[in-house]
Design a protein around this ligand. Structure first.
Ligand code: SAM
Ligand code: SF4
Length: 328
């Protein structure tokens, strides 16, 4: 049985981008009210008293856009300082990263994943839903600063969408040759924007691997914190290429994670809401921490069955929430 020791923590459900594949087209998302977002104290109490005693030691901060969370640097410092924290990382769109990278690193963040779906400013702006000044340059600047500050490994996440950015796969893969950057190609899932998914479809990781293999060759590799990614490298490259294939190769049986939303819902699975726990209400209504700890313990015991059910139903379905709401 997999040890479930990895918690993805959404710091905020809002975002300064509206990526085509993440946010539903034409409809406004309902955001969590400010007072319903777990405070820093509540989050730290849950980590110390509930998650760590249940064996969680690895934490990823995500969102929405985590860098929009007021006090994000303090929060990073506090989580990094917990003696049981073995690994702390963040997933960000990097729009605000240039100004925060050094402080985040000083606070104890060492690993970062940055979404970068295109190297073409126009395509990038189309994907992130930008109608004003181009956002690409500022994101690229954020990546450069993160590199100089010393984030290691520095991973770049690409969601590949046919007819949108699939022509850029070789250029994006080439980023791993000269620099120690780890480019990860993620299969587009019908979560967030099912209309776009139906319209465009998705590209299987193996198709991308073949394209890269034909051009440069590809050998197996490893990188710290590879999670569900299959990792390879172009021979001689400094960085690696990861492929996250949740559409073509269901990895529910290997799942080692749970997700905590910004308003305190603990979900054992990204793709369904079986067993979810409302930890914010439990905490605020004064339920003893020992009781909350036990509820999470029971959910951990139920997770293999939840993984099994999800595996049976497959990845394609209708999901009520976007990645930005769950904490992707
Ligand atoms: N805002 C941050 C970012 O974009 O990196 C963190 C939150 S975002 C929800 C986390 C990850 O979810 C990103 O790497 C994004 O590409 C991925 N994601 C969102 N919607 C997706 C979808 N429909 N299919 C595959 N990946 C998706
Ligand atoms: Fe925002 Fe990240 Fe979703 Fe893009 S993928 S809209 S940056 S939460």
């Amino acid at each position: 049985m997999n040890q479930v020791d990895y918690l993805r923590i959404s710091l905020i459900d809002r975002c300064n981008f509206q990526c085509q594949y993440c946010m539903p087209e034409g409809s406004e998302l309902e955001y969590v009210r400010r007072q319903d977002i777990l405070s820093q104290d509540e989050l730290l109490t849950l980590l110390r008293e509930v998650f760590i005693p249940n064996g969680f030691t690895r934490f990823r901060l995500t969102g929405g856009e985590p860098l929009l969370r007021p006090g994000v640097v303090e929060l990073v410092r506090a989580i990094a300082a917990l003696p049981q924290t073995q690994d702390l990382s963040m997933t960000t769109n990097a729009f605000l990263l240039a100004g925060l990278a050094q402080d985040l690193h000083d606070a104890g963040l060492r690993r970062i994943n940055i979404s970068l779906d295109s190297l073409e400013p126009e395509t990038f702006d189309r994907i992130v839903g930008n109608r004003g000044r181009s956002r690409w340059q500022q994101v690229w600047q954020g990546i450069q600063v993160a590199h100089h500050v010393g984030f290691d490994p520095l991973k770049l996440n690409v969601v590949v969408i046919p007819g949108v950015n699939d022509h850029e796969v070789p250029n994006l893969a080439a980023l791993s040759i000269e620099r120690e950057w780890h480019v990860r190609f993620i299969e587009f899932m019908p979560i967030g924007n099912a209309g776009l998914f139906q319209d465009k479809g998705w590209v299987a990781s193996e198709t991308l691997r073949q394209q890269i293999r034909d051009r440069w060759g590809l050998v197996e590799a490893t990188v710290c914190g590879n999670g569900p990614a299959d990792v390879f490298k172009i021979p001689g490259a400094k960085g690696t290429l990861g492929f996250i294939s949740q559409m073509s190769e269901c990895f529910c049986d290997r799942c080692n994670r749970m997700r905590l939303s910004a308003d305190g819902w603990l979900r054992p699975c990204l793709l369904n809401e079986i067993g979810q726990l409302d930890l914010k209400t439990a905490l605020r209504s004064g339920i003893p921490l020992s009781e909350i700890r036990l509820q999470v313990h029971q959910l951990l015991s139920a997770k293999p069955e939840i993984n099994y059910k999800q595996r049976e139903s497959g990845t394609v379905g209708a999901y009520a929430r976007t990645m930005s709401q769950i904490g992707g």
